[in-house]
Design a protein around this ligand. Structure first.
Ligand code: IVH
Length: 695
């Protein structure tokens, strides 16, 4: 989707082009967020999605003034699976931004220089192969392995201590000079050879066949029975630390050497590079050897070597500014489309899907590909029975790259996008400026109702164990559960007896289901908001709303009041950063529907909804304050100043108003300084500010 635009380097964009592109990017990314978080049906690969975000960030960095109120918000990972004890990471496990071209890498480097105000100096960077495995964090206290966890949602993962202990390469004890506490992080993987052997053995036993080494490693590590893990040939590379007490390193390189001395496996292809050219050379060399490496890699990770610089660079919501992953391209294959089906999403979006003759793409058998939307089908002129090239990257649904016209059947006809919902028969509409056709059946469309329920019970929402997609479909068909509150009243309504009449529901599984439901009667406000499946409201937005309104009652009252566009409630909703008018419209629209309010109230009756807990910023001298920077800053760039202030719990505003608590003014400050003086807002110098926050 982004290919045509990515051709213009960001450096060459005019302000006008940048403005219009940011608008398009915001719409596209919001669309993909909705498809991913709300419809559970992403229509682009991770790589494409990341490319859009990357482009957006790059344009915003060049034209900070053009940053939109609805600029794409944070992306969040997945929550831990069931069955494992959850472990809180001492320090969150974050992800990496991606680079797809030399340009992107150059941009990564330039951005670092600009942020640090170091235009000339050499910035050393480590180059580490990006292992396509499963990340883990292992906590050692006084040298002894005490607990290990998967990444999970970054804040908490699954307890895999017993399983990690079965990996011979990872020491149970570290000897010599060891810190009091250290979380060692790395990647668990399976070699290509061991993967092939495992699958042959599984086939003989009639066991599960794994799609690729990564899935095999993941399936083996996330075993509730560590004896099974012990039988599987897992290996690991280590490359980072999380929490650490009692030891420091000057550089990432030094840290890797320490890991080696302690007996941890570090990747032998890791290099220290002094320039962009050296980095790109390493990337290409590794790319050439990729197929012959014993394990799968999907890129090269670049990290700023000096830890003091890493600290200053810090993080942008989901990823560090000091590192990026330079990806290798995805894998492709040729196959035939047997049919084009339409899937109905939770919000009525009709998504076309190509059913394919199963084909192996880089070790994964693929039988479906997304066709995104009508425009995509027209643009690529994709038809039923066409032979196509498909591409797979990461875990999302593969997509069709192009049609092999030479192999098109003679009687082939262009595909006609249906104008009616395939489920309920209602009229489909495509609104101005939208790419998707939508079923207008609303509450009448059972496909939407079922999708909404699936979303409601899904992992990132209510996470009800035993309420998978199949059960929801079956319970819906039999009218046991038609709306969310029904889940919580099922037992009262004689659910036990009804379930016991069903095949496969022994007393134990019924007990388990009701226990799982009861466990979720207490829910955080943000999860509840996300679970409702309101259009455009993904996890990140749900969190923003929970943060802004604090409690369920406050949120509910405000959303109803916001129906009046003159109201303060409407203004307040629109003033939340990253909530644009169209999102606000969808929220208000949801509450304007009487049926929705009824469902919500019935649900609230059954639940204890926890207020949003604000991150603890009370200890910070600027926590909760609104700060404005003006004039020239000398010790740091504007970007660094802003990021630091936000990390200390402050809100950074672009203009001075009555709500401003503090103005930090450098040389050359003009109108904002005057404004502050006129309003009696406290003004301090950069030096005073640094003293304030540092001590
Ligand atoms: S550093 C804050 N280094 O890639 C920095 N990650 O796409 C966090 N990965 O979640 C990661 N090799 O699972 C780092 N040498 C390496 C890596 C690596 C593979 C994985 C890791 C991470 C993912 C991000």
């Amino acid at each position: 989707m982004s290919a045509e635009k990515r051709d213009i380097p960001v450096e060459e964009l005019t302000e006008k082009q940048a403005k219009s592109e940011l608008k398009i990017l915001a719409t596209k990314i919001a669309f993909h967020d909705a498809a991913y978080y709300q419809d559970d049906a992403p229509t682009v690969t991770d790589a494409e999605y990341d490319a859009l975000r990357q482009r957006n960030d790059a344009i915003e960095a060049r034209f900070p003034k053009l940053k939109r109120a609805d600029s794409p918000s944070k992306k969040v990972g997945s929550t831990p699976a069931r069955g494992f004890t959850k472990i809180q990471h001492g320090v969150p496990m974050l992800s990496l931004d991606n680079a797809f071209s030399d340009w992107d890498v150059q941009y990564f480097e330039e951005r670092i220089r600009a942020f640090l105000k170091l235009p000339e100096e050499n910035i050393d960077v480590t180059c580490e192969p990006k292992i396509d495995g499963l990340s883990f964090s292992a906590r050692y206290e006084n040298g002894r392995l005490v607990v290990a966890a998967t990444r999970g949602d970054g804040a908490e993962g699954e307890d895999i201590t017993a399983n990690i202990r079965t990996i011979k390469e990872l020491p149970d004890f570290i000897m010599g000079d060891v810190p009091k506490v250290i979380e060692i992080r790395g990647e668990v993987y399976m070699t290509k050879q061991d993967f092939a052997k495992l699958n042959t053995a599984q086939e003989k036993k009639g066991g599960k066949i794994f799609a690729n080494p990564r899935n095999a490693a993941s399936g083996s590590l996330r075993q509730l029975d560590p004896n099974i893990t012990a039988e599987r040939p897992l290996k690991a590379f280590t490359y980072a630390w999380g929490d650490v007490k009692g030891m420091e390193w000057k550089t990432q390189w030094d840290f890797l050497q320490t890991l080696k001395e302690w007996g941890f496996p570090i990747n032998p292809r890791t290099k220290l590079c002094k320039s962009l050219e050296e980095m790109l050379t390493e990337y290409r060399k590794l790319g050439e050897d990729r197929a012959s490496l014993p394990y799968d890699i999907d890129g090269m990770v670049y990290k700023v070597n000096r830890i003091d610089l890493q600290r200053r660079l810090g993080f942008v919501s989901r990823a560090p500014r000091w590192a990026t992953a330079h990806k290798y391209s995805a894998e492709k294959a040729e196959t035939q489309i047997t049919a084009i089906d339409i899937q109905v999403g939770r919000t009525g979006t009709l998504t076309p899907v190509a059913r394919l003759k199963p084909v192996n793409v880089g070790g994964v058998v693929v039988s479906n590909a997304t066709l995104h939307n009508e425009d995509e089908i027209i643009r690529k002129d994709i038809r039923e029975h066409d032979t196509v090239i498909i591409q797979r990257a990461g875990d999302v649904i593969p997509q069709v790259l192009e049609v092999v016209l030479a192999k098109r059947p003679k009687d082939s006809k262009p595909y006609k996008f249906p104008k009616k919902c395939p489920d309920c028969g209602s009229q489909a509409v495509r609104e101005d400026g939208e790419v998707a056709w939508r079923c207008t059946g609303g509450l009448f469309c059972t496909a939407q109702a079922v999708e909404r329920l699936k979303h409601f019970a899904s992992r990132n929402a209510f996470d009800i164990e035993g309420m998978g997609e199949k059960n929801i479909e079956a319970f819906f068909t039999d009218k046991l559960i038609e709306s969310p509150a029904d889940l919580f009243t099922l037992e009262k309504r004689g659910g036990r007896a009804k379930l016991s009449e069903r095949e496969g529901w022994a007393e134990k599984s019924i007990d388990n289901l009701f226990a799982a439901i009861d466990q979720r009667r207490t829910i955080s406000l943000e999860r509840l908001i996300y679970a409702l499946g309101i259009r455009q409201v993904g996890q990140a937005t749900a969190r923003l709303l929970a943060h802004a309104y604090g409690s369920f009652d406050a949120w509910r009252v405000a959303m109803i009041a916001a129906k009046d566009r003159e109201s303060d409630a409407w203004k307040e909703l629109n003033s939340i950063e990253q909530i644009g008018e169209s999102m606000a419209d969808d929220l208000v629209g949801f509450f304007a529907e009487k049926h929705n309010r009824k469902i919500l109230d019935a649900l609230a009756e059954e639940l204890t909804i926890e207020d949003f807990v604000r991150p603890d910023t009370a200890v910070s001298p600027i926590g909760g304050k609104t700060v404005v920077f003006t004039g020239t800053l000398e010790a740091m760039s504007r970007g660094e100043a802003k990021a630091k202030a936000q990390s200390l719990g402050a809100k950074v505003a672009g203009s001075v108003s009555k709500k401003t608590d503090l103005v930090v003014a450098g040389p050359g400050a003009g109108s904002k300084l005057k404004e502050a003086e006129a309003l009696g807002v406290k003004v301090i110098t950069e030096a005073e500010y640094l003293k304030l926050i540092n001590g």
